[in-house]
Each structure stands twice: as C-alpha cells, then as structure tokens.
Design a protein around this ligand. Structure first.
Ligand SMILES: Cc1cc2nc3c(=O)[nH]c(=O)nc-3n(C[C@H](O)[C@H](O)[C@H](O)COP(=O)(O)OP(=O)(O)OC[C@H]3O[C@@H](n4cnc5c(N)ncnc54)[C@H](O)[C@@H]3O)c2cc1C
Length: 382
C-alpha cells in the first residue's frame, strides 16, 4: 500500500494553495457580502488554465489524474466556496458532456472557450417538481425536422442567469421516466432561451443562481449530447462518482479553513487567565475534528485513486460525499462554539463557513438519497 502523493501532486497542491492565498483570499468577504459574480477575479484566475484540469492536453487541458483534481477542488474550496462553485462548474459538470459528446464544432465553439474561462458553462437538472427525483423531469424535448424543440423551466442553476453554454436535461417522453432522459446543449442567444428569477442564497455566494426558461427553443440534431436518445441517465451515472468525490474534497477544504481559523483563535483567546486552547474540553473538540477530517481525507483520496485506477466506486463515492460533508458540518458548528459570541458575528469567519458548508448537502445527492442507496447496495447488492 502507498498513501503518499507524488512529487508532482505535492508541487501542484503548493501551487494552487499559493494562488488561492494570493489571488482569491483577498476577495472572499466581498464575494460573500455582495453575492455578485467576481468578473475580474474570474478573468485573472481562469487565465492560469486550471479549468481544463481534467481534459486532454490537445484540447487545451492539463490531463490531470483524479487525485490531482481533488487536490484542486479541496484547495479552492478552502479559499472561497462561492468562487470554487463557479470554477468547478466550468471544470467538471458544465463542460463534461460537451467534451464527451460534442462534435468538433461544438468543442471548438463551446467547450474550449469554456475551459479557457471565456464562456460560462452550467448544468441543468433541477426543476420545481424534480430535484432528487430526476426521473420526474418535465422539460420536454420534442423531435422535429433537423433537431429538437425544448420547453420547460430549470431551477437552482449555478451561474444559470449568466451562462453562455448550458447542458440541459430534458425528457423526450415523461412516461418513460429515466429512459426518456437526454442532455442537450443550449447556447446563450438561442431564441426562446432566457434567465428567470434569481435565488438569494444564504451561503456559497458569488455565482448567480437561478432559473432558466426554455420556450420553444430549437436546437439542431448535433446538440443532442449522447450517442442516442434515452441514454442520458446512463451517462449521468458515469460521472456521478467523480462529482461525489469532488464534493467530499470541497467539504475537506471548508473544514480545513474553519479548523485553522479556530486553532489560531483558541491559542490567542484567553479566559480565566489562560488561552482557551489549554482547556481539555476545547482540546477534545480539536482532537475529534482532526480525527474525522483525517478520515475524510483518506476517503476522498482513496476514492480518487480508485477512480483513476478504473475500480468500482459507486458505493465508496456515495459514502465519501456523505461522510466528508457531515464531518464538515460538524467542524463548522464546533468552530462557531470555539469562537464564543464572535462565532455569531458577521465580522468573523465562522458564520460564513457555517453558511457555506450547508451548500454541500444538496448536489451529488442529499444524504437521505445516499443513505438509501448505500443501504440498498449493502443489504440487497446489485
Ligand atoms: C447552491 C446550490 C446550487 C445548485 N446548483 C445546481 C445546478 O447548477 N444545477 C442543477 O441542476 N441543480 C442545482 N442545485 C439543485 C440540487 O441539485 C438539488 O437541490 C438536489 O438535487 C436536491 O433536490 P431538491 O432540493 O429539489 O430536494 P428534494 O428532492 O425535493 O428533497 C427534499 C427532501 O426530501 C428528501 N427525499 C427526497 N426523496 C427521498 C427519498 N426517496 N427518501 C428519503 N428522503 C427523500 C431529500 O433528501 C430532502 O431532504 C443546486 C442547489 C444548491 C443549494
């Protein structure tokens, strides 16, 4: 067994971490306060080429292995969760289907500009009546001469209102459930495609999140992203483990940021004549947080390694997402306690970690859905 990172991976972590400190950290509070997309920071950061992290070099990517990708997600979430959310959307789900199924023209026109940061990409599953229950998707794709006509409304779309390229889940026939689902590319400027209401989020602020509306939107045949109609759910299943592991890595990054702040605070803040970090009950909190974060770290990087080796990851990826997220939620809660009343103040970091961490609960599967899934795998098998 070998648990270490390679020299390149260690070097990569240092490079990303330094970039996060230098470029992103100075903007964290402003991004959270204004909840506006940080356009200048986006330009500066995306010029570094990280958005192409997991794609081949010949398309402008970095051809990084999954372990390296998780290092990136962990480090950037340690900086700003909101900004990380926007960056990771362009790095992973917003571009994955364009890369996998896009024609050479689509790759040239949409995919490559998206991994250069010149176009904002997004993925659209969620609708008012279908979040976890994607089989209940109602956005309809009707076959017509030369293409498809889409009608429906998507909700909770990260970067949706400002997206240039959207990968949209639609059904060709709601009665078919999972077997009717397909992904379509819809580009900004297409007739009938428009942003709807914006959502005001309590955390993970910065990316604009909201509705996207499709009214008789015509897309040509080549915008069906997949070999044939009806296989969308299968394609989604193929990327889900990576997405869940990524969420675990983000959870680890947020937990680390909160933990490090609390450690500094506990060493300085005095009560009853000595730093609070000298009291056993406070040390116990650090001991428990560090232990569970270590377990999260092992799970995230083991799963990433398994993804790279092409091993089955369905169950471990779900466990990783759930465990690392629950650990992160515990850590951010404990950190607000270590800060005392200052944990309740807008001026200090803990309230932001507390709000931001909750964002991890939803994407990649809620924990009720994941527990159902893991339990079924264990009890019934596949
Ligand atoms: C910040 C943020 C960004 C997002 N970005 C995107 C995006 O870019 N694109 C996108 O498509 N979506 C996005 N989403 C939406 C996200 O994918 C959904 O929130 C998620 O799929 C869960 O769906 P839901 O919120 O509708 O909850 P529901 O599915 O309505 O669930 C509500 C509750 O019921 C529980 N539940 C549901 N079914 C079961 C069951 N069978 N057994 C037990 N309990 C159950 C759930 O666990 C949950 O507790 C985003 C959400 C957030 C918060």
């Amino acid at each position: 067994m070998h648990f270490g990172l390679t020299e390149e991976q260690e070097f990569f972590r240092t490079a990303v971490s330094d970039t996060v400190e230098r470029m992103i950290m100075p903007h964290v509070e402003k991004i959270d306060e204004t909840d506006e997309f940080p356009t200048e920071l986006w330009k500066e950061f995306t010029a570094l080429g990280y958005l192409g992290l997991r794609y081949p070099e010949e398309l402008g990517g970095m051809a990084a292995d999954p372990v390296t990708a998780m290092i990136f997600y962990e480090e950037i979430a340690r900086g700003s969760v909101g900004f990380a959310q926007a960056v990771i959307m362009n790095t992973l789900m917003g571009t994955h289907f364009l890369y996998r199924f896009g024609s050479p023209e689509i790759k040239e026109r949409c995919f490559m500009p998206a991994i250069r940061g010149e176009k904002i990409a997004t993925i659209c599953f969620t609708e008012d009546q279908s979040g976890s229950d994607v089989a209940n998707t109602r956005t309809l794709a009707k076959k017509v001469e030369g293409g498809w006509v889409l009608n429906g409304t998507k909700n909770w779309i990260t970067n949706g209102p400002i997206a240039d390229v959207a990968t949209v889940l639609a059904t060709t026939d709601p009665a078919l459930g999972m077997k009717g689902l397909n992904f379509f590319l819809v580009e900004k400027g297409t007739k009938g495609f428009s942003p709807g209401q914006t959502i005001h989020k309590i955390g993970a602020r910065g990316p604009v999140t909201g509705e996207l509306v499709f009214e008789d939107v015509f897309v040509p045949d080549e915008n069906l992203l997949g070999a044939e109609a009806g296989r969308g759910a299968e394609y989604l299943g193929e990327i889900l483990d990576e997405v869940r592991c990524m969420t675990g890595a983000m959870a680890l990054g947020i937990a680390r940021a909160a933990f490090d702040d609390a450690l500094e605070y506990a060493r300085k803040r005095e009560a009853f004549g000595k730093p609070i970090g000298e009291y056993q009950l406070i040390r116990a909190k650090f001991a428990d947080m560090a232990t569970e974060m270590e377990a999260s770290r092992l799970m995230v990087y083991q799963t990433a390694w398994m993804l790279g080796e092409g091993l089955p990851t369905r169950k471990i990826a779900a466990m990783t997402k759930m465990f690392a997220t629950e650990t992160c939620l515990k850590v951010v809660d404990e950190v607000t306690r270590i800060y005392g009343a200052n944990g309740f103040a807008q001026e200090y970091g803990p309230q932001r970690y507390f709000r931001d961490a909750r964002f991890l609960l939803y994407g990649g599967g809620t924990h009720e859905i994941l527990r159902n899934f893991i339990g079924r795998e264990i009890v019934v098998g596949r």
